[in-house]
Design a binder for this molecule. Structure first.
Ligand SMILES: CC(C)(COP(=O)(O)OP(=O)(O)OC[C@H]1O[C@@H](n2cnc3c(N)ncnc32)[C@H](O)[C@@H]1OP(=O)(O)O)[C@@H](O)C(=O)NCCC(=O)NCCS
Length: 152
């Protein structure tokens, strides 16, 4: 997807994002959660567009020495074309330019596709948070990607 355009998420993007969110998750974020994340000054939120259509997004939050990846999804019709990897690269750039040492996230233990994505992007499993997801009682895998000081 050479003509994929990545840019900062705005309030106007939220309806399209919610449509993808609802097609992607058992317990989707609601509009309030998205707006709270969008307005947090520590956040880095990126939207991917193809032919002027929103096809994916990620939300992240800069913390002390790390970035917390909060949400990431790609429209079902545009998956497996490298969109998520491009979004992750933007988060890594944000983290490096803000001198953060790590990016971390939680992922459902059963979400093998997402775990493959994160593993392929350099994350490793560091911990299990038992029964972390209140909707299903599922465990979370905590995955961390360390950012090398010299590579960006
Ligand atoms: C997980 C998700 C974001 C991946 O998005 P994507 O744009 O399709 O991912 P990419 O095309 O960038 O894939 C990058 C790598 O991830 C892995 N991967 C992605 N989809 C895969 C699949 N269906 N099967 C196996 N591996 C897969 C592969 O290693 C892939 O690299 P490759 O294509 O060179 O083999 C997408 O499937 C999605 O939105 N899922 C629902 C929401 C979700 O689970 N979000 C993550 C919550 S923690």
């Amino acid at each position: 997807m050479d003509s994929l355009i990545l840019r900062k998420t705005t309030r106007e993007d939220i309806p399209s994002i919610i449509a993808i969110e609802q097609a992607s998750f058992v317990s989707p974020w609601n509009v309030h959660t998205f707006l709270t994340a969008l307005h947090d000054r520590r956040s880095c939120n990126i939207t991917a567009r193809y032919n002027d259509r929103i096809v994916g997004y990620c939300f992240s939050l800069g913390m002390k020495n790390m970035v917390h990846l909060l949400n990431l999804a790609v429209h079902p019709d545009f998956r497996r074309q490298g969109v998520a990897r491009r979004l992750l690269d933007e988060i890594f750039s944000f983290a490096r330019s803000n001198r953060k040492s790590y990016v971390f996230l939680e992922v459902r233990k059963s979400n093998d596709i997402a775990k493959r994505l994160y593993t392929s992007a350099g994350f490793t499993h560091v911990s299990t948070w038992q029964r972390y997801y209140s909707d299903t009682g599922e465990d979370a895998s905590i995955m961390v990607r360390r950012l090398e000081r010299t590579d960006g």
